[in-house]
Design a protein around this ligand. Structure first.
Ligand SMILES: Nc1ncnc2c1ncn2[C@@H]1O[C@H](COP(=O)(O)OP(=O)(O)OP(=O)(O)O)[C@@H](O)[C@H]1O
Ligand SMILES: NC(=O)c1ccc[n+]([C@@H]2O[C@H](COP(=O)(O)O)[C@@H](O)[C@H]2O)c1
Length: 293
């Protein structure tokens, strides 16, 4: 695999992580290595928003999830400093890694991080890597190595919150047991989403009442009632409810270089992901798409 990156210092950190990942388990490739209490404002308990994603590629759905969560927390806690970590797991809980390669995804995460910094002045952003696929394990390593004070909020789409509570990930134990400690110390901002993968086993019909349903015991004993207090359901912008990385990859695989990009495709893409990321993908896909095997 050929490794290239427009962000040389990030690439060096990624290469170090690739070599040492089983002992290192987590690293920051862009931003400060650790979040310290905000002494300037006297605020000792900042809030960390974590968007864990495959970022293959990052898109407006991800951006909207961060924007809406940031607005929600900055209005609820106007004196608290808010940080956002874009986190990529190099070992997904379910799937084998596929193109784009991790160095390319890391570049695209850095582009997204800079866009967020530009558009939300008071937000501090970070780009990180971990080997852990499950949220419960990601949380332990983040608290150990990066952020050990204040609230951590995981930003997820509705498909992901369902999977976090799915018993298949915790066999032979029950989610209520394995996730007990984790759930005491976290919150979720969950954005509504359409069932893009048409997975019939997942019910997307009651998204807006999901936390109320949990509070009323609808999912007991698998999901304890009190966990309903930890989940804020946010309504998506209808423009982004259907956006997904897999749909973008399908659209972009046949495109190499700028010649194959007609105006119709470009306009369609612009509705799904930022220009800067489209340009990066096109520029990096000269002989074949970064999403081709
Ligand atoms: N359009 C969207 N609206 C709301 N949430 C989204 C949207 N796209 C992604 N998310 C959420 O962002 C998180 C990271 O997304 P992920 O990397 O799985 O993106 P994806 O577009 O679903 O990717 P893929 O299509 O490859 O599965 C997940 O919690 C996912 O539910
Ligand atoms: N039970 C869990 O904690 C759980 C379940 C499914 C996916 N995930 C993680 O969510 C992130 C996004 O996953 P997908 O790219 O498969 O949508 C990945 O980091 C994946 O490992 C965690």
């Amino acid at each position: 695999m050929e490794l290239t990156s427009g962000f040389t210092s990030c690439l060096q950190k990624y290469l170090d992580f690739e070599i040492n990942k089983n002992t290192q388990e987590f690293t920051i490739v862009e931003g400060n290595d650790r979040i310290l209490p905000d002494e300037e404002s006297g605020e000792k308990n900042p809030i960390l928003l974590v968007l864990d994603s495959s970022f293959n590629p990052p898109h407006w759905g991800h951006y909207t999830l961060i924007k809406k969560s940031y607005e929600y927390y900055s209005q609820s806690y106007p004196n608290k400093k808010i940080h956002v970590l874009l986190l990529l797991s190099v070992q997904n809980a379910d799937k084998e890694a596929k193109p784009a390669s991790f160095d390319k995804r890391m570049d695209m995460m850095c582009i997204m991080s800079r866009l967020l910094n530009k558009n939300f002045e008071s937000l501090s952003t970070y780009v990180g890597l971990t080997i852990f696929g499950k949220f419960v394990d990601k949380d332990s390593i983040i608290r150990k190595k990066f952020f050990n004070q204040g609230v951590i909020v995981y930003l997820v789409g509705f498909d992901t919150i369902i999977r976090i509570f799915d018993p298949k990930y915790y066999i032979p134990q029950a989610p209520a047991v394995v996730l007990q400690h984790f759930m005491k110390n976290v919150e979720f901002c969950c954005l509504t989403r359409s069932n893009v993968n048409d997975n019939e086993s997942e019910d997307f019909t009651n998204q807006s009442t999901y936390s109320q349903d949990i509070l009323q015991g609808k999912y007991e004993p698998l999901i304890p009632k009190e966990w309903g207090h930890k989940i804020n359901i946010l309504s998506n912008n209808p423009k982004y409810i259907n956006v997904s990385s897999s749909k973008i990859r399908k659209l972009m695989v046949p495109l190499h270089g700028t010649k194959s990009l007609n105006e119709e495709i470009l306009n369609d893409l612009k509705k799904q992901l930022p220009n800067q990321i489209i340009e990066y993908i096109i520029q990096s896909s000269e002989s074949k798409s970064i999403f081709s095997a």
